[in-house]
Design a protein around this ligand. Sequence first.
Ligand code: AMP
Length: 213
Amino acid sequence: MLTIAISKGRIYDDTVPLLRAAGIEPTLDPDKSRKLILPTQREDVRLLVIRATDVPTYVEYGAADLGIAGKDVLVEYGAEGLYEPLDLGIARCRMMTAARVGYHPQGKRLRVATKYVHTTQRYFAKRGEQVEIIKLYGSMELAPLVGLADLIVDLVDTGNTLKANGLEPRDLIMDISSRLVVNKAAMKTKHRHVRGLVEELTRIVSNQRSVAA
Ligand code: AMP
């Protein structure tokens, strides 16, 4: 049995066509079912539907053999305990700093609100900037509007969410896309099975890229 951990929403929606192309089709819709373990048409493959930030944990501890997670989640988690063999090229966006339009505070230690505490810490440390980081769990865009923070660090796709809240993107921290991750032990103990799926997905993704190019 191969177990693949995946989160609902954007990543799930973009991953299903890739899995389908590899002959893996969930037999339940996670939006309609309350089940957390989704069987697929392949008896030897099942999906775990969990929170995006939990995917690296399930894979690192071997509760899932493989997982699909955003680079943002992997960098924040510190995914040295996982193999990351494939960039799926889906759920693309950018991790950026953002602030109120035209707001340029000077001569003060900046407060930065984010759910990416470690990534933000490393980013500002590398630039030699001392900042105070405020951990939030969502709706980061609100923080600069009510004086909680000078900057936020968040994911930006179209930029519409920032714009709708009177914010503007500032600096790019990193480009983001979803990655396939693999448990290190499973890569050895289930080598043929895991390797087969990684190779199949690699072929599907590179075919899609050449069609798109
Ligand atoms: P947008 O308004 O298109 O710039 O999208 C920004 C909002 O969608 C923010 O709340 C982001 O956290 C979220 N978002 C954008 N792209 C992604 C992604 N690839 N994965 C997860 N969340 C995203």
